[in-house]
Design a protein. Structure first.
Length: 439
């Protein structure tokens, strides 16, 4: 989505802090002789392994990383740490960050046995350049040239804050993708990548991967990886507790009691980065095309209630007025705003609205054209933490006379709606990266 389409109100939860449930139940999760099953609460999927499409099953469930690799690995939980070289053995940015020279790693092969080369890097960025649907990071790509093992990519503007996005780009094989007539509609049913695993089977019940025995990084230790998509958070938790799934990226309320305490081999890992969960507002549609409404809504959101009730205290509360999480954002917070917290101000919000020409008919807020102010918030069915948080927000805005409804959709429909701007408000994670400019 274009950034001009939406505003974001940080409601206070670090996005990367969703639990990764790690279960070591009996035989399923303890060693190299057993498969690893990774579950996600994202509902039914369709067989789509296109590494560039955010609506593909590969992206939604997260298994793109098994097949395709970036130029460098970026750790969003350590925003100040330099990326780790991967398909690029080295790179050097120009002083103005308008170009980067990238040297391809030697000794890498595609999973069909063909050699990986700098030409694949150049081809990938040219593909992204000519295919707007693939340029999700809005990189202003210009000239892309090769010399020996090095490709030089130039940009129309400085990419200082976009360095991680450039280096974390997936690379695809020219000898495969150059033969695809329309890459935007191709589901990539037989993916060829440089990654550690190969797609073996794809069904609604399980997507199965086996090791790429010619992987340049060495033979993967896990003999089989399976991805399964469960209908919602509750069914995903049940799978973790039973051992049907060993890993998951899922919201678990009261995680210590509900999950960790159930077995000494159950663990959780909750990293945090600069990303936050935020209420995304479509500023091209009423009522959020009016800054007064956006400001008033922000002034009445009970961030503590969202943190404690919507998320069961599961993720760090983000209540600084900047919307930056702590500690990842502390180094970027100006002294003026350090320690300044967002507070609930219903009276102040009403004044912002009436000063902007809004009136009240009883308790209902009426816009300057005489219509009641209403809006709809949407998130995927089964995402219980998001939906509970949206209901809290709906209750909050009722205090200033706004009627807000909470609706659900499938993950695919929601992703498409957010991407095309067919929504009014949604709770969504933000990007993370090496600076707050990535949020």
């Amino acid at each position: 989505m274009k950034r001009s389409m939406m505003a974001k109100i940080a409601v206070g939860i670090t996005a990367a802090a969703l639990a990764i449930g790690l279960a070591g139940c009996s035989s399923a999760g303890s060693g190299a002789s057993h498969p690893l099953t990774i579950g996600m609460p994202n509902g039914p999927q369709t067989n789509n392994n296109n590494p560039f499409m955010p609506t593909s099953a590969a992206a939604i469930l997260g298994y793109t990383f098994l097949m395709y690799e970036p130029l460098a690995q970026v750790n969003p939980t350590l925003p100040d740490k330099a990326p780790t070289p991967w398909l690029a053995s080295s790179w050097k940015w120009a002083d103005d960050y308008k170009s980067v020279a990238i040297t391809a790693r030697d000794g890498v092969k595609w999973s069909d046995g063909k050699d990986f080369s700098v030409k694949d890097i150049a081809y990938t960025f040219n593909l992204v350049k000519k295919t707007p649907a693939f340029n999700g990071n809005a990189l202003p790509l210009e000239d892309i040239t090769t010399a020996g093992k090095t490709v030089t990519i130039t940009f129309g503007a400085s990419q200082f804050v976009n360095q991680p996005k450039v280096m974390n780009s997936y690379i695809v094989p020219e000898h495969i993708w150059s033969k695809i007539s329309d890459p935007t509609t191709n589901v990539n049913a037989k993916p060829v990548g440089t990654g550690p695993y190969l797609l073996k089977t794809w069904t609604q019940q399980a997507i199965t991967f086996t090791p790429n025995n010619s992987y340049w990084g060495g033979k993967p230790p896990v003999p089989e990886v399976r991805y399964t998509s469960y209908n919602d958070n509750n069914s995903q938790l049940t799978a973790l507790l039973s051992g049907a799934a060993q890993w998951s990226y899922v919201f678990i309320p009261d995680i210590q009691k509900t999950y960790v305490a159930k077995s000494k081999t159950n663990n959780s890992y909750m990293p945090s980065g600069l990303g936050v969960d935020a209420l995304f507002l479509n500023t091209t549609k009423a009522p959020f095309n009016d800054v007064a409404v956006r400001k008033a809504v922000s002034m009445v959101i009970d961030r503590k209630a969202v943190h404690e009730q919507g998320y069961s205290g599961f993720k760090a509360l983000v209540d600084n007025v900047t919307g930056l999480p702590s500690p990842a954002g502390d180094a970027f917070t100006a002294a003026t705003y350090k320690g300044k917290k967002a507070t609930i101000d219903v009276a102040g919000a009403k004044k912002v609205l009436t000063d902007a020409g809004y009136t009240y008919k009883g308790s209902a807020l009426i816009d300057p054209k005489g219509a009641p102010v209403t809006f709809t918030m949407v998130d995927p069915a089964g995402w219980s933490d998001y939906l509970a948080s949206l209901q809290i927000i709906a209750d909050n805005v009722d205090k200033i006379g706004i009627t807000a409804k909470v609706e659900t959709a499938t993950v695919d429909a929601w992703t498409s709606a957010v991407g095309t701007g067919d929504f009014q408000a949604t709770l969504h994670w933000t990007n993370t990266g090496s600076t707050p400019w990535d949020i």
